[in-house]
Design a protein around this ligand. Structure first.
Ligand code: ADP
Ligand code: ZN
Ligand code: ZN
Length: 728
């Protein structure tokens, strides 16, 4: 049967770790069957949409068992070869069903078979450009539209301008409709830009060394050192050279403030991709990137999978942020895959952070990546002075000590803003019966319920369960229920008591459920209207609060005794990032960290504000323990409504893995997960650890096909997490 029609190898969304073979659909020319096109194929009793990955002339299936695809959906490939390779590689590396990995990369509407929208633009013609500014004198609407086209020669997306005066302009030959992606406008105005400081000039020059080829740079610059300014210059250069730029940011780093800054400074058509987009918006942004119309693509994690025909530079800001790793389903690291993609495309990639991950620092310190440092703050701003406030034995009111409150008062009097950082939302983390010791727990998780007082509910922060606050103790009927500990809601109430009438805002997931409310809160801070700020780690990410003169870390001890080996790293990152909000303008900032452990070595390093010193020490410890980046991990998780099946399954897996005894792979567990029950399911985990990734990959390659066959596998939900970021 070979010779005439090839066999199509497709990525079809299904929970199987392999590709699927089909025959071409009837009556379709072979030339149209190029990798990257979508096809509708019969699948089980129904049909699905898959992406053509490769053409081949042999299949493991009997020729008679091969079914023809039903329909070809694209005339041109939707996914370019580099993305096909990236996704294939990633599915293999992360051991995720390849069809689902491809599906992750596509906007929902394309996954459902919608055609790629063809965009048309209205753009000014040579005749239009030669008109005087006041023309046409008697048609103000046309004149206005013409003016807009003159200012943005890259064109306006149709059809909106046609409803206006566009038709008339087209009729008169002053404008034309075009389907070709308009060429980018050159980056706008250079005047009014700050002169780069010497360290920024040096950084920019260092980054330019990786011009036009693959190379990884780590831009390690203290908060406020002008990293963004350096990215902007680099981006402008790459855009001007005619390339597209991809910028990846953490989930909540994608603020309107950042987008405004990019739009204003770079003035090129931009596509923005984040999880909050409606399906249609996402499709439009995606196709603008794919067509080359958008020159700048900014987005969170999954924007990495956008086709970019003219990619010239990848930037990943706040590269240490855990949100770059997807925690469920296709558990990929956008940071690591960004490097793979950049290598595939032979373009430079810049990772930036004030507090880089241990993985990145290890490569940069070791000379494998280019280390670019910015050690001082830009624009003459001073670094914040960090002070530990020993609260042992001090009376605490809602977690606040008197010395801290007195200091806050002074800053307010002097016209500063004060930021209180507490990484715990809600009113109180514990509701306890004083009579019998009962406390409110989630019935589905091994976790306490958090009291949300204004809302009048107890909430589980792990599964979302919510219930009314009981008036009486459910165990003994007593009426003396105490709320212990403080979250942001309670902190805010305490500040109201202490500083009545001082305008304040709270920023946490509860207060900012809607996008606009976060924007409004940030604006109240920027405008100076709010004087007191209370926030969780949401405030620690990339915002500029130039008038914040005091940052108070209310409870620094939470992170000291974490079960996760990344606990200290995360804590150092969060505290230094929050501290970095202080004194970004000319006003020197002060940072106070309340702690019961002022002697703790980590606290001392934080006080010195020396992240590099912290990192060197943390890296030494990791090396001794064989932990990342010196060793590598794979976490197998299993959960079930009862404990037995989850545990038994992982015991079988562990047995198989030990039998294989591949090289140096250590098999640890199974053990109950740190949170042993969640959403009503019992959870266990098995850890594989090895000095080399290749050993782990070899083990997984041999192990998983057998695990999939285990009868026990059918009784549990299980998953593989390669390079896990969270160990729970
Ligand atoms: P980062 O990204 O490192 O936090 P930014 O680039 O956002 O730093 O810069 C921090 C602040 O310093 C911003 O307000 C920015 O406008 C200002 N800034 C950056 N570079 C300069 C410079 N060369 N001269 C004056 N101000 C600068
Ligand atoms: Zn009780
Ligand atoms: Zn729960």
């Amino acid at each position: 049967m070979s010779g005439s029609s090839p066999i199509l190898r497709l990525a079809v969304p299904a929970p199987l770790r392999r590709l699927f073979d089909y025959l071409p659909p009837a009556g379709v020319e072979t030339a149209l069957l190029r990798p990257g096109v979508r096809l509708r194929v019969p699948f089980g009793k129904s049909h699905r949409i898959g992406v053509l990955v490769a053409l081949t002339d042999r299949s493991a299936l009997e020729p008679a068992a091969l079914k023809p695809a039903l329909e070809l959906l694209d005339t041109v490939p939707l996914l370019p070869p580099d993305l096909i390779r990236l996704l294939t590689w990633a599915a293999d590396y992360y051991r995720h069903p390849v069809g689902e990995a491809f599906a992750t990369a596509l906007p929902v509407l394309l996954r459902q078979g919608r055609p790629l929208p063809r965009r048309r633009w209205l753009r000014i013609t040579r005749e239009g450009l030669s008109l005087e500014a006041g023309e046409p004198a008697r048609a103000p609407r046309q004149r206005e539209l013409l003016q807009r086209l003159r200012e943005g020669p890259e064109g306006l997306p149709l059809p909106a301008p046609l409803r206006d005066a566009g038709r008339a302009l087209v009729a008169r030959g002053w404008a034309e409709e075009t389907e070709i992606p308009p060429t980018a406008a050159p980056p706008t105005a250079r005047h009014g830009l700050p002169d780069l400081e010497p360290q920024q000039v040096a950084a920019l020059a260092a980054l330019r060394e990786e011009e036009g080829h693959f190379g990884i740079s780590l831009l390690f610059g203290v908060t406020g050192s002008g990293k963004t300014e350096v990215y902007l210059r680099r981006m402008a250069e790459v855009l001007e050279a005619g390339h597209q730029v991809l910028v990846l940011v953490p989930e909540i780093g994608l603020t309107p403030q950042l987008l405004r800054r990019l739009r204003r400074r770079l003035g090129v058509p931009m596509a923005v991709l984040h999880s909050g987009l409606a399906d249609g918006e996402r499709l439009r942004a995606w196709s603008d990137a794919a067509s080359g119309h958008a020159r700048l693509v900014v987005g969170t994690r999954s924007a990495l999978f956008t086709p970019l025909p003219e990619l010239g530079l990848v930037i990943l800001d706040e590269e240490h942020d855990p949100s770059f790793k997807q925690q469920e389903g296709f558990r990929y690291s956008a940071r690591d895959l960004a490097l793979v993609r950049a290598r595939e495309r032979d373009v430079p990639v810049i990772l930036g952070s004030a507090t880089p991950s241990m993985e990145s620092l290890h490569h940069a310190f070791g000379g494998r990546w280019r280390l670019v440092r910015l050690d001082r703050r830009a624009g003459g701003a001073c670094p914040p002075a960090i002070r530990l406030l020993d609260v042992r034995g001090l009376p605490l009111r809602e977690g606040l000590s008197e010395p801290l409150l007195t200091l806050a008062e002074r800053h307010l009097e002097e016209g500063g803003q004060v930021l209180f950082f507490l990484n715990r939302r809600g009113y109180a983390p514990v509701l306890l019966c004083h009579a019998c010791g009962w406390h409110a727990r989630c019935h589905r998780c091994d976790a306490r319920l958090t009291l949300h007082r204004t809302e009048g509910r107890l909430r589980c922060h792990h599964c979302g369960h919510a219930q009314p606050v009981p008036k009486l103790c459910p165990a003994c009927g007593g009426g003396d229920l105490l709320s212990l500990g403080a979250g942001t809601e309670r902190l805010e109430a305490a500040l109201e008591t202490r500083f009545p009438g001082v305008p304040r805002v709270r920023i946490d997931r509860d207060s900012t459920r809607r996008r606009e409310s976060l924007e409004r809160a940030l604006e109240a801070i920027r405008s100076g209207e709010a004087r007191l700020l209370v926030g969780t780690q949401m405030v620690a990410k990339g915002h500029h609060f130039p008038d914040v003169s005091l940052v108070a870390v209310v409870d620094a001890d939470q992170g000291l005794f974490s079960a996760d080996f990344r606990g200290p790293e995360r804590m150092a990152q969060t505290i230094l990032q929050v501290a970095g909000r202080a004194g970004r303008a000319q006003r020197p900032g002060e940072v106070v960290i309340q702690t019961h452990h002022p002697e703790h070595p980590l606290m001392r390093l934080l006080q010195a504000g020396d992240y590099a010193a912290f990192a060197r020490q943390a890296l030494e410890e990791r090396e001794e323990a064989g932990l990342p980046p010196f060793g590598h991990l794979v976490l197998l998780r299993a959960e079930a409504t009862r404990e037995e099946p989850a545990k038994n399954f992982l015991q079988r897996v562990s047995g198989l893995a030990r039998e294989m005894s591949i090289g140096e792979v250590e098999v640890l567990g199974p053990v109950p997960a740190p949170m042993a029950r969640r959403r009503g399911r019992h959870r266990f985990q098995l850890l594989l650890q090895a000095g080399r990734r290749s050993s782990l990959q070899r083990m997984l390659g041999a192990l998983l096909p057998r695990v999939e066959q285990l009868p026990e596998a059918r009784r549990v939900r299980w998953s593989v997490d390669v390079d896990p970021q969270e160990m729970f």
